[in-house]
Design a protein around this ligand. Structure first.
Ligand code: SF4
Length: 482
């Protein structure tokens, strides 16, 4: 499946299961604005974070309406649908499933009723104590099979308390990654887990406020970036403005993979541009893994910033050696097993006159199973490359993520079982070099203890009980109850 921004080269081969984000969230409180249209634009900017379903909830102060469906943001919404979602508060969500199947019932925002009215909620991240939380609900209390549905039901069951007080009570008991936007008829809320694993930022509109997974979504709706929502912080936005409550001490452990490629390059995290970080990773990659060559080329678009950095640092010219067809979308008919190696050319085609006779350095952001890189190496050799040296701007991914990124399983990850030398041989490359974990961390300019890096080194910042996590956890529980 191709990402909305067409970045992931792994998607060139359907056998390569690229890492998937756990969703994008957006919220807006603004009087006199078309809030559902602003939310639509915000979700459009966040499409790369989830492409399975999209939804928007809006309130005019008296009732909440939700519209959601399977598909991309532009497929789910049109002007007539947006025209029905009126009011001054809206939240939106685009989903990739990390807990629960990819079905309509699991699309977000969720909607539940409280003593005082309605509650709609959208979630980016993945909880790790869903099973324990679900036990607090009476049988049949939820229809969907997501951690988000459990969270919504518990929040709505606040018996006589305001949504704000219920959130301050409940959120310290929720473990894992959650960047939330939620709303009742009159108030917009945003909250981030104490580790702040997934991003969440606050922006200022002329007539109100916006909250988004990434700063790029604020840019697109014309909101000025105010600040990141703090880990362990709940923000409350209504006609009186913005208030803040702390529900847990901050213990920041931001996801290192956001820098590698989850976030858009035009997003900033902790005040630093993601693009600048990726270029710096490329520079460090050149210092860590130098090689004599004639040309540095990226695997478009995922490897571009790091390839620029590699070229800058090494002094080797940068060029475009592969052309990507950006219009091969998710409806693309996948080639059969026998023609896959050729089928990749539907998405990537070498520029023979650029690469013929050259010693090439090919820069990409990660290797999942290696199928795509193997096909690219072969394609470049067939087009006349004299040498092909592969450079990767992330360390080998060898551990699963429990906080909202769906990697291939460990057995499927090529680095889970092969050494760098063996992977190089498997790709058919002349050499292979990954950025070191220290090099990647240094490029972010953040101290190591403020980052989650578990998928690279196995040190999980929130302890995980492997027996009680899993994408189909709640489906398994429901089936067992039948
Ligand atoms: S395990 Fe990896 S992908 Fe998951 S939150 Fe940590 S750094 Fe990010």
């Amino acid at each position: 499946m191709l990402r909305g921004d067409g970045r992931l080269s792994h998607d060139c081969d359907p056998r390569d299961h690229a890492p998937k984000d756990a969703c994008g969230v957006f919220g807006v409180w603004a009087s006199g604005e078309e809030v559902s249209t602003l939310t639509y634009y915000g979700l459009y900017a966040l499409q790369h974070r989830g492409q399975e379903s999209a939804g928007i909830a809006a309130s005019d102060g008296s009732r909440i309406l939700v519209y959601k469906d399977m598909g991309l943001v532009a497929q789910v919404f049109d002007e007539s649908v947006l025209g029905t979602l009126r009011g001054h508060i809206a939240i939106g969500h685009c989903r990739y499933s990390t807990t629960g199947s990819s079905v309509w019932e699991n699309a977000q925002p969720t909607l539940s009723s409280t003593d005082a009215g309605g509650l709609a909620l959208a979630h980016n991240g993945n909880l790790i104590n869903t099973a324990e939380l679900a036990k607090r609900l009476p049988p049949g209390a939820i229809r969907a099979t997501t951690d988000t549905e459990v969270l919504t039901a518990l929040l709505a069951a606040g018996e006589g308390r305001s949504v704000e007080d219920a959130a301050v009570d409940l959120l310290p008991q929720v473990k894992g990654a959650y960047s939330l936007v939620f709303m009742d008829e009159r108030t917009l809320y945003a909250a981030r887990d104490p580790q702040g694993i997934r991003p969440l930022v606050l922006g200022r509109l002329e007539s109100g406020w916006a909250v988004a997974s990434e700063t790029a979504a604020l840019d697109i709706v014309g909101a000025a970036i105010v600040r990141e929502i703090e880990p362990g912080e709940l923000i409350i936005i209504d006609e009186r403005g913005v208030r803040t409550r702390r529900f847990a001490p901050a213990d920041p452990k931001g996801c290192l993979f956001e820098y590698v490629y989850l976030a858009r390059p035009d997003t900033t995290i902790s005040g630093r541009s993601v693009h600048a970080t990726r270029v710096e990773v490329g520079r460090r990659l050149a210092r860590e893994h130098p090689v004599e060559a004639d040309l540095v080329i990226p695997t478009p678009e995922s490897g571009t910033p790091a390839a620029i950095g590699y070229a800058q640092e090494s002094g080797i010219p940068y060029g475009q050696g592969l052309v990507k067809n950006s219009y091969v979308g998710r409806t693309f008919i996948q080639p059969s097993q026998t023609i896959r190696q050729r089928g990749i050319r539907l998405k990537l085609n070498p520029l023979r006159e650029v690469i013929e006779g050259k010693r090439l350095i090919v820069v990409d952001d990660s290797i999942v199973r290696g199928n795509t890189q193997r096909a690219i190496v072969r394609m470049l050799r067939e087009a006349g490359a004299a040498e092909v040296h592969v450079r990767i701007s992330s360390p080998p991914v060898t551990w699963p993520c429990f906080y909202g990124i769906d990697f291939a399983t460990r057995a499927e990850l090529i680095a889970g079982s092969l050494s760098v030398e063996e992977i190089c041989a498997s790709l058919g490359a002349d050499s292979l070099g990954y950025i070191s974990l220290d090099g990647l961390i240094s490029a972010t300019t953040l101290p190591v203890d403020r980052l989650c890096r578990a998928c690279f080194d196995g040190s999980y910042p929130i302890p995980v009980d492997g027996a009680t996590v899993g994408k189909f956890l709640l489906e398994d529980v429901q089936e067992a109850a039948l």
